[in-house]
Write a protein that binds this ligand. Structure first.
Ligand SMILES: CC(=O)N[C@H]1[C@@H](OP(=O)(O)OP(=O)(O)OC[C@H]2O[C@@H](n3ccc(=O)[nH]c3=O)[C@H](O)[C@@H]2O)O[C@H](CO)[C@@H](O)[C@@H]1O
Length: 363
């Protein structure tokens, strides 16, 4: 099939789209693909690097209050729908899939106006603004967390999980931690604040460095690109068993070798952790729509797969709490098992089935 995918802004919207494309290729179902994103989003770096044809349209996010810049946003949005329609007329896709972010609002909406089959994928436990807007126009809505189902028209809904889960589920321990100067066979803690990094998590990690330095495990601390220089400056001398990097290009490669992850609770990260059964300490971002990271995190915590620590409880004992969990084999094994039970290792295939049913609706 000929497929247009569109999703952007952050990694959480982009990697599921790439995982879907990869599975379509693996199954020999992909005749051609075009990814529609923006210049400014992370997708403009990640998608071309993955060797996928990439086209851009320009738009900006809505401010939550009434402002002049919202008028500009609406004008830009209307312009971007025109540009998206031109891209779609040229490419002639059989189906258009939106994975969230403003760019997918324009692309998927344009597709509905051109009567092209459409699917949106909602990764989170609370629907994003874009998917809420698109829900009434699209043919099918795929979702991961049951908590979100009430938001959407029931007859369009199919629970698929997150396609990124299928991309990582088969991965096994390997040597890739050596790329960071770490020893693959040793216990390893990964710290990262989602695809863009999180200053609050970085601060907590810097405060915990002396504890981690004195421990018997190694730590990979991923700061987020824009925060890297500030972290290096604040961290001072870095102990030998800790490596600090701005970003990990191939995160799936190292996931099977991790003992524990400290991170945000972005939906795509959680899909990866549950697909592989990696225990986690989750510090939800409080600055997201409907507090969805807290609800995402709770669904793992309820199952015993993760520990949730709100930002407000990141006290001076945080490093010690993490270090003691790193030594608690019994608890880690329980968390691993619980996480795996939540994983959806065939999520990409499920999403492909939804795309095929959307195409069939137009036949
Ligand atoms: C602040 C914000 O709005 N965050 C949202 C955003 O998060 P964000 O973009 O951080 O998304 P996720 O945590 O879900 O996914 C991050 C993705 O980036 C990858 N990665 C991360 C760091 C790195 O160095 N290398 C790397 O490859 C991870 O493996 C994962 O695939 O989208 C998610 C999915 O809709 C939402 O749940 C989050 O609430």
């Amino acid at each position: 099939m000929r497929v247009v995918v569109s999703g952007g802004g952050t990694g959480g919207h982009i990697y599921p789209a790439l995982a879907l494309i990869e599975q379509l290729k693996t199954r020999g179902l992909l005749a051609d693909v075009l990814y529609v994103g923006t210049h400014r989003g992370l997708e403009s770096r990640i998608v071309p690097k993955a060797g996928i044809p990439f086209a851009t349209i320009e738009l900006q996010g809505f401010k939550r209050s009434l402002s002049l810049s919202n008028v500009k946003t609406v004008t830009m949005f209307l312009g971007s729908i025109g540009k998206a329609k031109r891209l779609l007329r040229d490419f002639r896709p059989d189906v258009v899939v939106g994975t969230g972010g403003y760019v997918s609002a324009a692309t998927v909406f344009a597709a509905t106006r051109l009567h092209i089959p459409t699917v949106i994928h909602e990764q989170n436990s609370v629907a994003g603004v874009t998917n809420k807007f698109l829900a009434r126009f699209v043919d099918k809505i795929a979702y991961a967390f049951p908590e979100v189902a009430d938001t959407f028209p029931a007859k369009k809904l199919v629970q698929t999980g997150n396609p990124r889960a299928q991309q990582v589920a088969h991965l096994r321990p390997n040597n890739r931690l050596a790329d960071f100067g770490l020893t693959p066979s040793e216990r390893t803690l990964l710290i990262f604040g989602g695809s863009r990094g999180a200053p609050k998590i970085n601060e907590a990690a810097i405060a915990a460095l002396p504890t981690f330095a004195a421990s018997h495990f190694q730590t990979l601390f991923v700061t987020g690109r824009v925060h890297y220089d500030a972290v290096i400056k604040a961290a001072g001398a870095v102990p030998d068993n800790v490596k600090i990097v701005p970003y990990v290009d191939d995160m799936p490669a190292i996931l099977p070798d991790l003992t524990l992850v400290i991170g945000r609770s972005g939906a795509t990260s959680l899909a990866e952790l549950t697909a592989l059964g990696v225990p986690a300490v989750l510090i939800p971002s409080p600055n997201v729509t409907g507090n969805h990271q807290f609800i995402n995190a709770q669904s793992l915590a309820k199952a015993g797969a993760a520990m949730v620590v709100p930002e407000t409880e990141l006290g001076p004992d945080f490093g010690e709490r993490v270090a003691s969990l790193m030594q608690d084999d019994e608890r880690l094994v329980r968390m691993t098992r619980a996480a795996k039970q939540l994983g959806v290792p065939d999520a990409a295939d499920r999403l492909i089935a939804v795309m095929q049913s959307a195409i069939a609706m137009h036949a």
